[in-house]
Design a protein around this ligand. Structure first.
Ligand SMILES: Cc1cc2nc3c(=O)[nH]c(=O)nc-3n(C[C@H](O)[C@H](O)[C@H](O)COP(=O)(O)OP(=O)(O)OC[C@H]3O[C@@H](n4cnc5c(N)ncnc54)[C@H](O)[C@@H]3O)c2cc1C
Ligand code: FES
Length: 246
């Protein structure tokens, strides 16, 4: 359930190039599914900025963000003990359909953010996930240790070949020995389309659009799907592969 909450910053730490982990304390009761997001009011900015929930527990929320523009740059200067106004519990999130046993989890760039909580949920549900993360370069690699702490190994690809397999996440998908019965993906739209084309299995894809309200009121984030026009913030951000128009 969505609600505005004040969260106290406990840590705001750089973990990779232009990439930060933001630890917050506050009421997380509105969160129920990995892949949901929050809309953060950054002091000095009129519009909130949507950020995926990376991990959460009672009273504790972890966000991971990349500095792209003025809003995320300002977020990088927020200090511990400051408070942030956060609209929480947004979006539908990922679900785990019955019968899924060997899912593939694919993340690209900052799109890896919601996949820590997803992988944890997949492990808890008794599945054996394979994880492929793609980045531009070695200095952008993030969240790998946290996923491996769940007992799941991560295949890394980098476009410039400085870490893991040179190339894209689809390169690692083609080279993998494993077969998957379900695919979860989050990342830039060109990556999602390539994963969708290579997947060979049904799945769920987390989409991004520029957002204003974040809860379905402004129609600013509409995406055309096979089900018609859908709001990424409300009906999404996670869409089933069969509904995507590609
Ligand atoms: C559901 C959802 C979840 C997200 N989760 C995360 C996350 O976990 N971590 C994270 O770092 N970012 C995430 N984003 C993207 C994040 O919201 C934007 O990077 C942020 O709003 C940029 O704000 P800014 O003021 O720094 O940049 P702006 O000045 O607003 O824009 C700077 C650059 O970023 C691009 N940009 C801005 N917003 C988006 C967007 N929504 N999608 C694609 N490009 C955008 C602009 O086109 C521009 O090139 C998410 C977006 C959505 C919709
Ligand atoms: S951002 Fe307002 S409807 Fe989606």
């Amino acid at each position: 359930m969505r609600s505005i909450q004040l969260f106290q910053v406990t840590e705001n730490r750089q973990i990779a190039r232009d990439t930060y982990l933001l630890e917050l304390e506050g009421d997380t009761a509105g969160l129920s599914h990995p892949g949901q997001f929050v809309n953060v009011d950054i002091p000095g900015f009129y519009l909130r900025r949507p950020l995926s929930v990376c991990a959460w527990g009672p009273g504790h929320l972890t966000l991971m963000y990349k500095i792209l523009g003025q809003g995320t740059d300002a977020l990088g200067h927020v200090s511990p003990a400051e408070t942030l106004d956060v609209l929480s519990g947004l979006g539908n999130g990922f679900s785990i359909p019955e019968g899924v046993s060997s899912p593939l989890v694919v993340g690209g760039g900052i799109g890896v953010a919601p996949l820590l909580a997803l992988t944890e949920a997949l492990v808890k549900a008794g599945t054996k996930p394979s994880v492929i993360f793609g980045f531009g370069s070695e200095d952008e690699v993030a969240l790998v240790e946290e996923i491996e702490a769940l007992g799941v190994s991560v295949s890394i690809t980098t476009v410039d070949g400085t870490a893991g397999t040179p190339g894209f996440v689809t390169t690692a998908m083609m080279q993998a020995d494993a077969t998957w019965d379900y695919v979860y993906a989050c990342g830039p739209t060109p990556m999602l389309k390539a994963v969708f084309a290579a997947a060979g299995a049904p799945g769920q894809y987390s989409m991004e659009e520029r957002m204003a309200c974040g809860f379905g009121a402004c129609m600013g984030c509409v995406l055309e799907t096979k089900e018609g026009f859908q709001r990424v913030c409300k009906e999404g951000p996670v869409f089933y592969s069969e509904d995507l128009p590609w």
